[in-house]
Design a protein around this ligand. Sequence first.
Ligand SMILES: Cc1cc2nc3c(=O)[nH]c(=O)nc-3n(C[C@H](O)[C@H](O)[C@H](O)COP(=O)(O)OP(=O)(O)OC[C@H]3O[C@@H](n4cnc5c(N)ncnc54)[C@H](O)[C@@H]3O)c2cc1C
Length: 397
Amino acid sequence: MLNDVAIIGGGPVGSRVAEKMAGAGYRVVVLEQKEQMGGPVCCTGIISQECVDTFGIEESTIVRKVKSARFFSPSGKLVSIQRSDSQACIVDRPAFNISMAKRAQSMGVEYMLGSTVTDLTVEIDGVAIEVTRRGEQYSDCYKARAVVLTTGSDLKIAHRMALGDLGDFITGVQAEVATDGVDEIEVYLGNQIAPGYFAWLVPTGPQRGLAGLLSRQSPGLYLREFIAFLRSNGRITTAEPEFNYGFIPLRPISRSYGERLLIAGSAAGQVKPTTGGGIYYGLLCADIAAENLGRALREGDLSARNLAAYEKAWRNKLGSEFRVGHWARRFFELLSDAQIEWLFDIAIEDGIAEKLVGDGDISFDWHSKAILRLLGQKAVSQVVRMIKSPLPFSRTG
Ligand SMILES: Cc1cc2nc3c(=O)[nH]c(=O)nc-3n(C[C@H](O)[C@H](O)[C@H](O)COP(=O)(O)OP(=O)(O)OC[C@H]3O[C@@H](n4cnc5c(N)ncnc54)[C@H](O)[C@@H]3O)c2cc1C
């Protein structure tokens, strides 16, 4: 049966593209390798209130709403960012995935679970999809006029289709822990804790939370030490939790379209480089993908040339966030613990955090404005000059 659109990967981004395409009247199938939608997901599930409002995220999937975040320097100095209204929501990721899939199904999307896509062949009238299901390979079951790849950090198909490469990756690792009195998001900085990155402790329920970190080297080793540190400070009571690992892209893919083909979400590197959060940007790009694919289907022109408009549109919306955010991330990686302490001192003495919150420049999702404002602060620009990091103003994609 020829579908109009096949979505490869039933995460939130795939389900959102599917929902929008089916809502526009197209016949859509989602091929998902997991046997069930509510399987475990390695993700903390923090999204902004803006994301909840924009996409009408189902309230029942939200396990916690938080108004503030506490940042700890390597020596334990604290900068707290506080707002009067809720800034971040923590969703139960398996429940969130199910909810997004149900929305798509209610529009008529068919989900084929336990279906791993192993290859795609672009033909004159559509894309032939090779699927492995319970060890059996099927090469003639699925064909679609167009395919959207939303395979998360699994890039095997993207590489087979010679789409662009992701320039930078990081490993995330986290564990579910029993907490004691943790009500806010806590972020820990320092090269002993998560070199160049950060660790977190996030409340997910009464006396439950997720502890995790990002690191380029030995993430499991650093998480073991972080768990021991939290335990010795009485923040958590779990001794040896199970660790889950995942890859997070830090730069968008160099080419996100091909003949009858688009790629979106984490697979396209549409992730905030500052924090590794990919749900909101992925959903925004899902809508851009659906809009452009719908237009191309209506025009009957699924050529790469016509689908290139998708890439132009998401880069227009998010390009400066990716560019400035990646610069900030690389800059942060160069800082020693002493320099991080210095930045904390500046933030505390000059009240920079309060100023940015007061002026509305710090937003959970849009970081480039705050980063550029910070660079305008004399003390901060001194640190940048000392590190000799080229500023993020040149357009490098
Ligand atoms: C430790 C960690 C913490 C994170 N915390 C946050 C956070 O707090 N907030 C946030 O916004 N983001 C967070 N992220 C990132 C977030 O998880 C991703 O950006 C988000 O899940 C991307 O959604 P997606 O739909 O693009 O991909 P995914 O959610 O990864 O979904 C991809 C789907 O494709 C399926 N698939 C893959 N290959 C195939 C194939 N060949 N055939 C069929 N199916 C396939 C997979 O099974 C999966 O279901 C975190 C990531 C990690 C690793």
